[in-house]
Design a protein around this ligand. Structure first.
Ligand code: AMP
Ligand code: MG
Length: 281
């Protein structure tokens, strides 16, 4: 199945999240099939990222946005965590610090974009500045409403500089979220994640949905598309995300550097060293 085609938000398209299912409608017959697919895809993804790293010319930025407990951490642990650590960095964006707040909203973001050969993973992102900030009314509308265009220009700048950008929204239902909140309550090692404000955000589900829909409509571009991933089932979410990352890397087509040494000469030198080793022993 072409997960890119299935989940991409076409530039300018209107998205109605309520009309998009949070559960998958194929293509896997069972969970195991999805697990096998994901494992295979991750292997391919790693090979391609190795090439990206060695090539050292292009970069990849992966943005993860979602309601709480939708699986941003899960995607990082189960999918993106398999990338070679040498070429990847992950950045969680929290409520801005005082210093961050004393700059423009893209300041803290720009510093974390990937250099040539690198992959950056954003756990939340500059989109919080038109999501949480809009819904929680943290700055006036006259301020946040100008940010969509600023974000598009910023992403275009990155794209023109050799960075591919893919942005994932993990789409879960309020019922599934509550189920996961219960799991957190039931598991002591997850208690640190508990937060009353996560429950408050549930009261604003409709407002967040609207804010996300505006983001998809205004900020899904050819250079930096959004993908809406049904995320009630973790096995589908991981399969879809791994496949889209893999497909993107494939399109980037990173190349191993051209061989510049004379292979015969290197082989000859190797044989000489080997003979010497035998003589010495
Ligand atoms: P978590 O990712 O669950 O650790 O929570 C991080 C919190 O920081 C979330 O509630 C986000 O909405 C909030 N956050 C992240 N970036 C911003 C921002 N630019 N302005 C306001 N809140 C933010
Ligand atoms: Mg949280």
């Amino acid at each position: 199945m072409d997960f890119v085609k299935k989940h991409i938000v076409e530039p300018g398209a209107t998205v109605r999240l309520r009309k998009i299912a949070t559960v998958p409608d194929g293509p896997f017959d069972d969970k195991q099939e999805a697990y096998d697919f994901t494992a295979e895809t991750i292997t391919k993804m790693r090979e391609l990222q190795y090439r990206l790293y060695v090539e050292g010319k292009q970069s990849l930025l992966i943005v993860l946005q979602a309601p709480d407990a939708a699986g941003k951490d899960g995607v990082i642990r189960k999918v993106l965590g398999h990338l070679n650590a040498q070429g990847v960095r992950t950045f969680p964006f929290k409520v801005p610090t005082e210093i961050e707040r004393s700059h423009d909203f893209l300041w803290r973001i720009h510093k974390c974009t990937p250099g040539a050969g690198q992959v950056s993973i954003f756990n939340r992102s500059h989109y919080e500045d038109v999501l949480a900030v809009r819904v929680e009314d943290l700055v006036p509308k006259s301020v946040w409403s100008k940010r969509y265009e600023m974000i598009n220009n910023f992403e275009l700048l990155l794209a023109e500089n050799g960075t591919r950008i893919i942005k994932f929204y993990l789409h879960i239902s309020p019922a599934e979220q509550l189920e996961r909140f219960k799991e957190r309550l039931d598991r002591p090692e997850k208690h640190w994640k508990l937060n009353l404000s996560d429950y408050d955000a549930r009261q604003k589900w409709g407002k967040y949905r609207e804010a996300y829909e505006t983001v998809f409509e205004k900020c899904s571009s050819k250079a930096a598309p959004w993908f809406v991933i049904p995320a009630d089932k973790k096995w589908y979410r991981n399969a879809a995300v791994s496949s889209i990352v893999c497909q993107t890397l494939k399109e980037m087509d990173p190349q191993l550097p051209k061989v510049e040494v004379d292979l015969d000469e290197v082989r000859e030198r190797y044989e000489t060293e080997l003979a010497q080793l035998d003589d010495d022993s």
